[in-house]
Design a protein around this ligand. Structure first.
Ligand SMILES: Cc1cc2nc3c(=O)[nH]c(=O)nc-3n(C[C@H](O)[C@H](O)[C@H](O)COP(=O)(O)O)c2cc1C
Length: 370
């Protein structure tokens, strides 16, 4: 029913500015969750689970591999809805110490022909204090599912004071997080990507681990896809040695070297969606090879179908996230992916964790899928 309603509404939604469409959809979505029986209805319509999915990654027991990527729940308010709407985990944020308006609008652009989004949002968010009270209110009712919290620095904070912003955000939000993601890879905060150095990463991880409370959350580092592989391997080693539990690969790209709409080739911002798929897979493959089987990898970039989710897992991701695909395919995508993965696992008679990084072993299975 929700799938049909979405199909009927999609032309209208896509005629609106993307940010307006986001608000038009998320308001009623939250209201639906608040209705008596709303959560039950959402789970019944949109969620899919399987015992073959269960895995422990970075010490966390995940019920399944399909996550919502950072940037969709920028206010902390959508986490309960998304957790009921088929996502096995949700990453909220990016949150910065102070509230920020982000860049001037328009700042989000859709290109349905190539399945591309370009955004230059610039960390619009209500700040850590507001996020903290929202999460606290949610948790007083009941923590609904695995919650990652993504943190960043304010635009006005110079890079030589960035450590202090990450420390403040970490300290404020760690209690509410099953994991913390450090975002040093958004292209829309000037200079942020310059923090992707071995020196800064070492210092940052050392400080956050010092600030982490007993039983505090594992830390993930989110990287850009635009790092040369010769620079990436030392960064990965710094993350591993510095005590990160894993990495998130990848954020949006500044490259326009894709078959995309002419307007998109000159549009400023970070590109996500279908064209990012191969580039992020290459980094996942490299990271899995370099870091071995114990390191956790969340794979994100260009997933808009079950086969693409499976390909990311075979490339080396323990878990996957989606954002752009959800915009283009709609609310059935998480359960469509989950159902597909379950049928692939049944066919191969194994569990999800057996497939991580096993491209060679399961190549035939992947090829047999249309
Ligand atoms: C509109 C928009 C806003 C985003 N905001 C954030 C953000 O605040 N923090 C972050 O780490 N990633 C952010 N991302 C990047 C996504 O989390 C993800 O890494 C990227 O979009 C690639 O996945 P996809 O191809 O499935 O969209 C944003 C992406 C989009 C499209």
């Amino acid at each position: 029913m929700i799938g049909l309603a979405y199909k009927a509404l999609k032309p209208l939604l896509f005629s609106l500015d993307p940010e307006t469409a986001h608000e038009v959809v998320t308001g009623p979505a939250r209201a639906m969750l608040a209705m008596p029986g709303g959560e039950f209805f959402l789970r019944g319509s949109l969620a899919f689970g399987s015992r073959r999915f269960r895995s422990t990654v970075a010490g966390i027991d995940f019920p399944g591999p399909v996550g919502m990527a950072a940037g969709f729940d920028k206010t902390a308010e959508l986490y309960p809805f998304l957790s009921a709407a088929g996502f096995h985990f949700v990453e909220s944020g990016t949150f910065t110490p102070l509230p920020q308006d982000g860049n001037p609008k328009p700042r989000l652009f859709r290109y349905p022909g190539s399945g591309t989004l370009i955004n230059r949002m610039g960390f619009n968010n209500p700040g850590i204090e507001r996020a903290k009270s929202e999460f606290a209110a949610q948790d007083r009712r009941r923590r609904k599912g695995i919650r990652g919290i993504n943190i960043g620095k304010n635009k006005i904070t110079p890079n030589d004071a960035a450590l202090s912003d990450y420390s403040k955000a970490f300290t404020a939000l760690q209690t509410f997080a099953d994991y913390i993601a450090i975002n040093i890879s958004s292209p829309n905060t000037p200079g942020l990507r310059e923090l992707q150095t071995v020196g800064f990463l070492r210092e940052l991880l050392q400080e956050l681990i010092r600030l982490r409370s007993a039983n505090g959350p594992p830390i993930f580092v989110k990287f850009a896809p635009d790092i040369e592989s010769t620079d990436f391997v030392p960064l990965l080693e710094a993350a591993l040695k510095g005590g990160a539990a894993g990495v998130i690969l990848t954020n949006t790209t500044i490259s326009r070297d894709f078959a995309i709409e002419a307007e998109a080739t000159t549009m400023e911002g970070g590109l996500s969606g279908r064209p990012l798929f191969d580039k992020s897979n290459e980094m996942i493959r490299l990271a899995r090879q370099a870091a071995g089987s114990d390191f956790a990898i969340i794979g994100v970039g260009g997933i808009d179908s079950g086969p693409r989710a499976l390909a990311k897992i075979l490339a080396g991701a323990n878990l996957i996230q989606i954002y752009s695909g959800y915009i283009f395919q709609g609310p059935m995508l998480p359960s469509t992916i989950a159902r597909f993965l379950d049928s692939a696992l049944k066919k191969a008679d194994c569990n999800l964790s057996d497939m991580v990084g096993q491209e060679a072993r399961f190549r035939a299975l992947l090829k047999s899928i249309p």
